[in-house]
Design a protein around this ligand. Structure first.
Ligand code: AMP
Length: 192
């Protein structure tokens, strides 16, 4: 449900690749608790173990996504995500390296007077929809997983539908539909 108090539905990707599987799960749960301080977590995907991409990280990643209803504008939300990553112990050194926690904004819907509209942002510090959303199966499939219940309960506007159709085409062009990328599906991570 959107409200005047939380007009943004932010789709957030979560990932962790340092420590045991239990430590990664605890890290994801810690991030979800912090996210609940700036909004309401509405849906979470299952979390999956994936092979690293990009050639720098070496560990398996635990990845998933959620929908956060929030009053924060996307740039404010990004600041909070960076704060939360730091609070959870992430230190940035080399791009794409293994990390304790990674929080990315995948997609944002805004409740206008009549419908949920997608935001399109291209600034130096923030790109929405996320630039890799349709290239990375570990972002795309959890995104689709949490979009499904949201769009059933809160009808998407025409503009959102058009953008999602375009993203789906892009994901198809990247062959994400055919990719059996999951190393292992992991039990649901709790957020309540
Ligand atoms: P990383 O955590 O290494 O994936 O990169 C984080 C940096 O990417 C942030 O400092 C942001 O300025 C930038 N960025 C651009 N678009 C996004 C987005 N949609 N979500 C999160 N970070 C983004």
């Amino acid at each position: 449900m959107t409200s005047r108090l939380s007009p943004y539905q932010a789709f957030i990707a979560l990932g962790s690749s340092i420590g045991s599987l239990l430590e990664k799960k605890l890290m994801i749960e810690g991030a979800i608790r912090l996210l609940q301080s700036v909004g309401q977590v509405r849906y979470t995907s299952a979390f999956y173990l994936n092979y690293p991409v990009g050639g720098v990280a070496e560990n398996r990643f635990l990845n998933g996504a959620l929908v956060l209803a929030t009053a924060l504008k996307p740039h404010q939300l990004l600041c909070e995500l960076l704060n939360f990553e730091a609070k959870l112990g992430r230190v940035r050194q080399v791009p794409n390296e293994d990390r304790l926690i990674d929080l990315d904004i995948l997609f944002v819907l805004h409740q206008s007077k009549t419908e949920l509209k997608p935001l399109q942002i291209k600034t130096e510090h923030l790109i929405v929809p996320h630039g890799k959303l349709t290239e990375r199966a570990f972002m795309w499939w959890p995104f689709i997983e949490v979009l499904a219940p949201l769009s059933t309960i809160t009808p998407l506007g025409h503009e959102a539908q058009l953008m999602l159709d375009q993203l789906t085409q892009e994901a198809g062009a990247h062959a994400l539909a055919d990719q059996d990328c999951w190393y292992q599906k992991v039990v649901r991570v709790s957020h309540g």
